[in-house]
Ligand binder design. Structure first.
Ligand code: NAP
Length: 328
């Protein structure tokens, strides 16, 4: 079993800790917060032996094998580097970094220090994603795809009141594409590979961040349209349209249900399985196995996926003049 520590004290950190406990592959040993009170409280709630307000001190603890980072996107890079340099494996929340310059330096540092760097993107580790990938051939030649993640954010209420929550701020490398669009984008790249072309049509809010947008990926023979938004809500499922049939996915993450409709017989077949409610358990298990068994093939494949996704989001972001604070 690997000992892990956490960075950040938002709800997602608690979800990860609970999933890690359920996985029985990762044991919480330490937590970090900028606030002594929050660090102590989180450590007590989940019975972590150590708590820190100094990130370097956490990084020096020889009992910690892995660190899970769930801070604002703009600080992922600097925090990740501290741990990699201290030979800790890092599981960093999506979107892993702000741009490819950070990505290249971080992966180089991981390699130099003999540790792994993994992007925490939930959907591609689920059993239903694996089922979809294995059955994709049933659709025949894919001709179009519509994937979406459109979810009204409670933080938009604060934005409307004049505040600037991190996820609605370019200073913190936020925005709909990198926050929600990455889920369907990871699906697209994991299923179909890198597109020939990508174009993004954002809806910009008053501070220049994208509140919603449409990403169009051009592939040989078909187009994949990705809709993402944090300022409205949608009940639309995702669809993959092939010449032989169509896959309907209840959602892009965690992919709770998959149905295949045969174009000729019109028959419907449910392919999905019931997944764990704490779906982060699947990434916990995958990451623990990759680290413990030194599964370099799987590691390289996840690394390439992470690279392809960040390359696309950075390229289309820059084409639209969306500049992150770390780039100013
Ligand atoms: N996988 C998922 O399903 C999922 C879901 C939600 C979010 N996420 C990802 O998780 C990450 C955190 O998201 P979030 O919404 O929780 O972010 P957030 O609320 O902006 O910040 C998360 C935590 O980081 C610390 N923090 C806040 N501002 C900071 C700053 N300026 N410098 C350093 N630390 C700071 C805070 O912890 P302390 O005050 O204790 O230091 C805070 O609780 C993001 O990368 C997001 O994309 C993933």
């Amino acid at each position: 079993m690997l000992n892990f520590a956490t960075v950040g004290t938002g709800w997602i950190t608690e979800s990860f800790i609970q999933a890690a406990q359920e996985s029985k592959d990762l044991r919480l040993a330490g937590v970090y917060s900028r606030s002594d009170e929050k660090a102590k409280k989180l450590a007590e709630t989940y019975h972590a032996q150590h708590y820190y307000t100094n990130i370097e001190e956490l990084a020096c603890n020889p009992e910690i094998d892995v660190v899970y980072i769930a801070s604002p996107n703009s600080v992922h890079f600097s925090q990740t580097l501290v741990f990699l340099k201290n030979k800790k494996h890092v599981i960093c929340e999506k979107p892993i970094f702000s741009n490819m310059t950070e990505w290249e330096e971080a992966y180089r540092t991981a390699e130099e220090n003999g540790v792994y760097l993994l992007e925490a993107i939930r959907n591609i580790h689920t059993p239903n994603f694996k089922i979809l990938k294995d059955h994709l051939h049933m659709a025949g030649k894919v001709r179009s795809t519509m994937l979406s993640y459109i979810q009204y954010s409670s933080r938009y209420d604060l934005f409307l009141k004049g505040e600037e929550p991190n996820v609605f701020s370019t200073r913190y490398s936020g925005g709909a594409l990198v926050d929600l669009g990455v889920y369907p984008l990871f699906l697209a790249v994991a299923l179909f590979g890198e597109p020939e072309k990508a174009a993004y049509h954002p809806v910009l809010l008053r501070n220049g961040v994208d509140g919603s947008g449409t990403l169009v990926l051009s592939y040989d023979g078909f187009v994949c349209t990705i809709l993402c938004s944090k300022v409205s809500h949608s009940m639309l499922p995702c669809e993959i349209h092939g010449e032989k049939g169509t896959f309907v996915l209840e959602d892009a993450a965690p992919i709770s249900e998959i149905t295949f409709y045969d174009s000729h017989t019109k028959e419907a077949q449910v392919l999905s399985v019931e997944q764990e409610a704490k779906d982060m358990v699947y990434e916990c298990k995958d990451f623990a196995r990759i680290i413990e068994t030194k599964d370099t093939d799987e590691y390289k494949s996840l690394k390439n996926l992470s690279k392809a996704v960040l390359r696309i989001t950075e390229e289309v972001r820059r084409e639209n003049g969306i500049v992150f604070g770390v780039e100013e």
